[in-house]
Design a protein around this ligand. Structure first.
Ligand code: GUN
Ligand code: ZN
Length: 437
């Protein structure tokens, strides 16, 4: 039988709160620390010397000295069914959906294809240090089963759901309000709350659901405790104009979702670029969250997310890769591009804020910060181990870093999955980088 107590040793960093609010007090850092884990949950964390004095001598199963241990990354928005169209050339959002996305998603009518891609997608997340993900499936109920199965096997935290889409899309991808609602109900009963899996009602966006389906989505969201809702909001200008034509009486794009009762705690809206402060304030008041997807927003030429205004108005914000419009599974690469988006806005993302966004901030945006996001006792022990020497350039640049903040910044700018030495899920090794040479 496996010993139930295990410990990892290395440089450990995690956040107790938001560094944008609490400053240095938000972060806890041990240059040589030990994290003790029992039955998949954090027991205790502290300096290695102190921990060794009070724990059994053979406790350290995983010695990561010289590497940085962080809570597992939280990706708040992506699409598993778009894995195979990542890096598709030339289009902005609406043409990109027609030309690449819908044909790729149509293939998920085949459960065998869905299972293959779901397994690849989950492995790729773990290889990148992501242990919690909120993802779109497709309109096919069996595509949702495939992704839940793949995450269940790996014990990952996953929030997903069947796409609801009953207009303005190819007929093979179209459901109807009644069938969408019935299939969602069946999936909720089958999966929501099982192990670490949670269900999200998933109306694709305002342009692809009839008013009847929007009402049905809100009904589902309200009827089941703890359920999530995910959608897209104010991503591209063309989409905003189309939404205004479809809903001429709404004050704004957000007001469409609001009018149908789709805002609230555990709702997650990807992009949120073309909003005003009335919208942002309404999202804050209702407890709705934004997923900032910088690689996608730059790739599709959608626009620049305003993190400062979202923060100023108190909106929950997480970070999303948004694959396949996003160009990387790596949350490090996503932080790299987040930094550059904010540069173009004249805003400055500190390395501490960046790593908070990818861990505890993401968990908070998903109302999961009582279970994941940092290493407080009782939390689920998901972690990523980053190798600061992963590439010759990283090693060389690290050598001239004096402060933790500098090292973190270099990691988010130069790092990617090559830095991920290991990923643990519920304490257990779920990915380990093969030894080189
Ligand atoms: N808006 C509606 N559907 C999608 C999608 O699949 N990807 C992105 N980036 N935006 C969307
Ligand atoms: Zn998306």
């Amino acid at each position: 039988p496996k010993p139930s107590l295990r410990a990892v040793r290395g440089e450990i960093l995690h956040f107790l709160s938001d560094p944008a609010v609490a400053g240095a007090a938000a972060l806890q850092h041990f240059s040589d620390g030990i994290l003790a884990i029992r039955d998949g949950h954090v027991v205790e964390l502290g300096p290695a010397d102190d921990m060794l004095a009070k724990l059994p001598s053979d406790i350290v199963h995983d010695d990561y000295r010289g590497q940085l241990i962080l809570p597992g990354f939280v990706d708040t928005h992506t699409h598993y069914a778009q894995t195979d169209i990542i890096a598709s050339h030339g289009e902005q959002l609406l043409a990109w959906l027609e030309k690449y996305t819908f044909p790729a998603e149509a293939r998920f009518a085949d459960p065998a294809h869905a299972a293959t891609v779901a397994n690849f997608f989950c492995d790729e997340l773990l290889r990148n240090g992501t242990t919690t993900v909120m993802a779109f499936a497709t309109v096919h109920a069996s595509s949702v089963d495939a992704l839940f199965e793949a995450a269940l096997q790996r014990r990952m935290r996953l929030i997903t759901g069947k796409v609801l889409m009953d207009r303005n899309c190819p007929p093979e991808l179209r459901d109807c309000a009644a069938s969408g609602e019935a299939e969602s109900r069946t999936l909720i009963e089958r999966w929501h709350g099982r192990e670490r899996l949670l269900y999200a009602v998933t109306p694709r966006f305002a342009c692809t659901s009839t008013p009847a389906q929007m009402e049905s989505a809100a009904r589902l969201f309200a009827q089941h405790p703890g359920l999530y809702l995910q959608s897209h909001l104010a991503e591209s200008r063309g989409e905003v104009e189309w939404t205004a034509r479809l809903h001429p009486t709404a004050r704004s794009y957000l007001d469409v979702y609001d009018g149908f009762g789709q805002l609230g705690a555990r709702s997650m809206y990807a992009h949120c670029i073309w909003l005003d402060d009335v919208d942002r304030a309404r999202m804050a008041t209702t407890g709705s969250a934004m997923s900032f997807c910088p690689t996608s927003n730059l790739f599709l030429g959608s626009g620049l997310f305003d993190l400062e205004r979202a923060r100023a108005l108190g909106v929950r914000v997480g970070l999303g890769t948004d694959v396949g419009a996003g160009t990387s599974f790596s949350m490090l690469q996503t932080l790299n591009e987040a930094y550059k988006v904010l540069q173009l806005k004249g805003q400055r993302l500190s390395a501490q804020s960046a790593f908070h966004l990818a861990t505890l901030g993401g968990a908070h945006s998903l109302y999961l910060d009582d279970r994941i996001g940092n290493f407080l006792p009782g939390k689920e022990a998901d972690l990523v181990v980053l190798d600061p020497q992963a590439t010759p350039l990283l090693a060389r640049r690290m050598a001239s870093c004096a402060k933790l903040s500098e090292r973190l910044f270099v990691m988010m700018m130069l790092g990617d999955e090559r830095m991920v030495a290991a990923t643990h899920v519920m304490g257990e090794v779920a990915w380990r980088r093969p030894l080189r040479r």
